[in-house]
Write a protein that binds this ligand. Sequence first.
Ligand code: FAD
Length: 316
Amino acid sequence: TSKIAQAEKEGRTWWSFEYFPPRTPQGLANLYDRCQRMSELGPAFVDITMHAGGRTLDLTNDLVKIVQSYIGIETCMHLTCTNMPREKIDRALELAKEAGCRNILALRGDPPAGQHEWEPHAAGFTYAKELIAYIKEHYGDYFSIAVAGFPEGHPEAKEGRDVELKHLKEKLDAGADFIFTQMFYNYDIFAEWMKDIRAAGITCPVVPGVMPIQTYSGFQRATERFGTLVPQYFHDALTPIRDDDEMVRKVGTQLVGDLCKKIIDPNNGLGISGLHIYTMNLERGSRMLLEYLELGPTPQQVKSLPWTPSLTPKRR
Ligand code: FAD
């Protein structure tokens, strides 16, 4: 079993950190250090994204190898279909396997920068479900497969919620094991969507996407880019302090932390135990969020670290 399945089975609260491949060698060196430092926060695994268009394909593979083999944390590699002929997909999967990575987030991918409409590659796949079927066919159960879910609806969806849920279910029927969601800040929308996916016959574990608020401009950029709905009380709390980064982080941590508390509350009936944390390659927001939630590494994780972590486990 993968670490994801293991963590889900144990029922304890767990979390993963998502990083994207930086553009420069200096950025890569910084990320390596940060990722190593953040391993003391006890992520169950680390996600490495893939730039739409396959531009960072090699970097994604390299980062997976570095994190998996040298830092020693379980990885989940994002694999997209944008501009990807089958041979590139084969290579990415082979390299992931060689690096010891056992988890793939199978995605269709965004359109490349500057392009609005998504177009399939002539020798590739059109939907994520085809990629999942392909991975299953060639690798059997070697990889755990996660897929994307959109509590606020996929931006391209034209045919309504039921059709979208049907497409989501098709990905699970094709062999996926987990759903990682797009980030959201509205608990009610998420809870409603959870009820709808369960009613649609989707039974797999769901890992909600959470983005810590680290600066006001970063928060605004991300929510605009993904069209995320921001509750009015977030605006009310953040707008007056928008120029004070320290305050934004502090108040942002409370806002996102309280949302997380509601999400992982065992009494809410949603059965959520994992959080997918969009780090934006930064450390403090994720660290502050976990401290606020009083979450830390397991004693086992602490033992495997070559140094003593500053964060002490409280809740688990
Ligand atoms: P699909 O599930 O294939 O769906 C795409 C669209 O097609 C949806 O509207 C769906 O309803 C529709 N559809 C599906 N099947 C059918 C069908 N049979 N007939 C008609 N319509 C259909 N993007 C990146 O480029 N790189 C990343 O690393 C990355 N990481 C992500 C991580 C997470 C957790 C999430 C939530 C998203 C991520 N994305 C990433 C974004 C994602 O690639 C895009 O949102 C993309 O537009 C949708 O991908 P998908 O895998 O959900 O596609």
